[in-house]
Design a binder for this molecule. Structure first.
Ligand SMILES: NC(=O)c1ccc[n+]([C@@H]2O[C@H](COP(=O)([O-])OP(=O)(O)OC[C@H]3O[C@@H](n4cnc5c(N)ncnc54)[C@H](O)[C@@H]3O)[C@@H](O)[C@H]2O)c1
Length: 322
């Protein structure tokens, strides 16, 4: 079990980061959150900011001087047990258009985190990686698959981050946990298909344009289950370098289902117009099939199917948009 730890969380104001903050606070942890509020928001931290065990800094983790000062001041009072590195550019499409974005926010943030951890002697790291590292594969995606050829800069920079973490484990880290997330959905979303559909319908309640033919199919995991799985893994996986796919109960959801789930709740008369074609956008992996056998062996199983996770998330995101 994670003891009553002191944690640093990068990307703390983001979608997943803010849910993780809430879950760790509920377990009694003390948390220092860092986020420049590029994609995340203070609103996501509304609950946490009322807790005296949470301290938030609007800062970029690549600003080593500033973050070094924050960590040094905190360490003087009480050292950190662990870093949860959730910061990245989560806008994959923006990264396809400009590779610099993923270099700075998806890879360099990892390099900066490792540098700060080495300097301030923090030895445990949990890292948000992604199914995007796998690229396009016909078969089941399991953790020991290779060689890996991602098809987006985002996936490439996540894979490079995993490699840097592996080298850091050899050099100075005590332990690392790498989580390969599928598509994660839920309230406080800052991006993603459901979020985009809600925004589009707000602008035009009579029609929803959907990229592709609607048959792209992916597993979606609700954020509550994702956070539960991460905590479970950190509590129990004891290798020095631990790496796990986190996914849903053997199911996937089509983009068509996603669009209908939003339309139904937000604007039931809207027409859904598919632009056609087999991919949504360059860098998008149209279908994938995730193995979570390794995680099941450790003892964690998802409770929600992908469709149920999508329905729950659509409900939450539509409610927040009103
Ligand atoms: N949501 C998903 O479906 C999904 C899937 C796979 C992996 N991930 C990964 O999970 C993590 C969290 O993603 P999310 O969906 O919550 O996205 P998000 O954009 O809501 O959260 C990321 C946060 O990181 C912050 N950030 C960006 N650059 C930073 C920097 N230089 N220093 C500090 N903070 C910085 C952003 O402001 C944002 O608040 C990311 O690493 C993402 O790549 C997410």
């Amino acid at each position: 079990m994670i003891p009553q730890v002191k944690c640093l969380i990068t990307g703390a104001a983001g979608f997943i980061g803010s849910h993780l903050v809430d879950a760790l606070l509920a377990r009694g942890a003390t948390i220092v959150g860092i986020d420049p509020l590029k994609l995340g928001t203070r609103r996501n931290l509304e609950l946490a900011l009322q807790n005296s065990r949470f301290r938030f800094h609007e800062a970029d983790i690549n600003d080593l001087a500033r973050c070094g000062q924050i960590i040094a001041a905190e360490t003087e009072a009480n050292p950190f047990d662990m870093v949860w590195h959730m910061a990245a550019n989560s806008d994959i499409r923006a990264g396809v258009a400009d590779p610099e974005i993923d270099f700075r926010y998806t890879f360099l943030t990892t390099h900066s985190v490792l540098k700060l951890m080495r300097e301030h002697k923090i030895s445990n790291l949990a890292f948000a990686s992604s199914s995007a590292i796998y690229g396009v594969h016909a078969g089941l995606l399991h953790e020991d698959l290779g060689p890996l050829f991602p098809i987006s800069n985002y996936g490439a920079m996540k894979l490079a981050s995993e490699a840097a973490i592996s080298a850091a484990v050899e050099a100075f880290l005590g332990r690392a946990w790498i989580f390969r997330f599928p598509n994660v959905v839920g309230g406080r979303a800052t991006h993603g298909a459901i979020y985009d559909f809600v925004r589009k319908l707000k602008n035009n309640p009579s029609e929803l344009e959907v990229l592709g033919d609607g048959f792209q199919e992916k597993p979606y995991l609700h954020v509550s289950e994702l956070v539960d799985a991460m905590l479970f893994i950190v509590d129990r996986a004891r290798d020095r370098l631990n790496y796990f796919n986190i996914g849903t109960a053997g199911s996937a959801t089509t983009v068509r289902y996603l669009a209908e789930a939003v339309v139904k709740r937000m604007s039931p008369r809207a027409r859904i117009r598919f632009t056609g074609g087999h991919k949504g956008w360059v860098g998008d992996v149209p279908k994938f099939n995730y193995s979570i056998e390794k995680l099941k062996k450790l003892g964690w199983e998802p409770r929600l199917t992908s469709n149920v996770a999508v329905d729950r998330a659509a409900e939450e995101i539509v409610r927040e948009a009103h």
